[in-house]
Design a protein around this ligand. Structure first.
Ligand code: SF4
Ligand code: SF4
Length: 429
């Protein structure tokens, strides 16, 4: 393949606060649009008529199913998630309360963007950006908790451990993910104190308590672009970036979306699409809720995650995650090819208990593997009850027993809601 013409150079702050800025080329044939292709009217329409809802609320049937499957397949993962939940609960309690915290200082009226960015970088956040808080991306059940005056989003990315991430899927990688979330919670405490001391409010979204999806605002703040794997591909960490947003009423200047070349690069890379064990990732894009993207098929992902330590192969095999955006984009300009594509170094992975899958080889799962209930648990149990009742016809004793069984299941389901099923999932209200 031939050397490519450079379309633009991008300069970003270094990986840590002590590192020099980095500059890398983006090939002209990779340029498409800053951020993501989007239709504002459609985003508004869907948010108004079909508001978003958290999976922790809208997908409780599959969550309970996944919890049972995981207990059977990998009890050690259940144990790890339980420990994580125990440690996160007080932190989530604090995150939930941040909207009630009053400022402690007096605002000067000056723009405080640089002060907040510097503080966040000193604390250890790898990417920091500012944008409008887009309330179209708020979960329906969380709207009541949001302060009306917080109109800006401070987007904060924290790097999950590099080495452990390359061991995906494994308990080690899940521990690294959990550790990143705990660190985020602790760091945000310091950043919230700082913003309050400047005289402003700071309401925290994430980890384990989110007001909505965060990637759209990270893209608008210029911190990366959406990959085919459904994750933010950020310059230093690719999809290894763990995301968190602090909402504020402080006077800040918004950043702009950037075209890193990711959208067109993904079109020719497609590694995550080809390597996904569940075939959950789609190679082609569709317009979904006003955004052009590759839409992940959730029903093919969760059954894999439940059995194989949260899976995450789509993160592991992404060259931008593994090598970083600068080497990947430089390699493309020099060769017109995708760094690492077709090699076991990038594409190989082991599924615990299933074996090693080199580049070009995929595991096989039959249809029963993906047989999972979807939607809300209460709806699923009611449908199941009605079906059984119909079969019992007019047998009063059997009907009574079914009614009792239904009540027991509903009570048990309500108790289970809020348990961590996938690392990173919201804890219940
Ligand atoms: S987590 Fe695994 S199953 Fe789900 S999309 Fe990623 S690679 Fe596919
Ligand atoms: S693996 Fe390739 S196609 Fe998938 S998100 Fe990463 S760069 Fe894009």
């Amino acid at each position: 393949m031939a050397k490519r013409i450079v379309g633009q150079h991008i300069t970003r702050p270094g990986r840590t606060v002590d590192d020099e800025d980095i500059t890398f080329p983006v090939a002209k044939d990779l340029l498409k649009v800053p951020g993501v292709p989007r239709r504002e009217d459609e985003i508004t329409f869907y948010s108004r008529e079909y508001p978003l809802e958290s999976f922790a609320v809208a997908e409780t049937a599959s969550a309970e199913w996944a919890g049972k499957v995981r207990d059977e397949f990998s009890p050690e993962t259940t144990e790890l998630y339980q420990e994580f939940q125990n440690e996160m609960e007080p932190l989530v309690e604090w995150i939930r309360s941040t909207g009630d915290l009053e400022p402690t200082g007096t605002p000067t009226g000056n723009d405080v963007t640089d002060l907040i960015r510097k503080k966040a970088r000193q604390l250890g956040y790898g990417e920091v950006g500012f944008t409008r808080f887009d309330r179209r991306y708020v979960y329906e059940s969380k709207r009541k908790y949001l302060r009306p005056e917080v109109s800006h989003a401070i987007c904060l990315a924290y790097e999950q451990d590099y080495g452990d991430t390359q061991a995906i899927p494994s308990l080690k990688a899940e521990e690294a993910q959990g550790e990143a979330y705990k660190q985020q919670a602790h760091l945000s405490k310091e950043l919230v104190e700082f913003i309050r001391s400047l005289g402003y409010r700071a309401q925290v979204s994430g980890p384990a308590w989110h007001y909505g999806p965060m990637i759209p605002m990270f893209v608008e703040a210029g911190l990366g672009q959406l990959g085919v794997n459904g994750q933010l591909l950020s310059p230093h960490f690719g999809s290894r970036a763990r995301l968190q947003i602090i909402l504020t009423d402080a006077r800040v200047t918004h950043d702009k979306p950037v075209d890193y070349g990711v959208i067109k690069f993904c079109e020719l890379c497609q590694v995550c699409f080809m390597r996904c064990p569940g075939k959950a990732i789609q190679g082609q894009t569709v317009w979904y809720r006003g955004v052009e993207k590759s839409k992940l098929i959730y029903k093919r992902c969760r059954p894999v995650m439940a059995r194989f330590s949260g899976c995450g192969v789509c993160m592991k095999v992404c060259p931008i995650q593994k090598y970083g955006m600068k080497p990947v984009m430089e390699h493309y300009v020099e060769t017109g090819t995708v760094l690492g594509k077709g090699t076991d170094n990038l594409e190989g992975y082991e599924l615990p208990g299933k074996g090693y899958f080199e580049a070009g080889k995929l595991p096989h799962f039959d249809a029963a593997f993906f047989d999972m209930p979807t939607g809300r648990s209460e709806d699923h149990l009611l449908n199941e009850f009605k079906e059984k009742l119909r079969e019992a016809e007019k047998d009063a004793d059997e009907s009574e027993a079914l009614w009792q069984e239904y009540r027991d299941k509903i009570e048990k389901s309500m108790k289970q809601q809020g348990a961590v099923v996938d690392m990173g999932m919201d804890l219940a209200e």
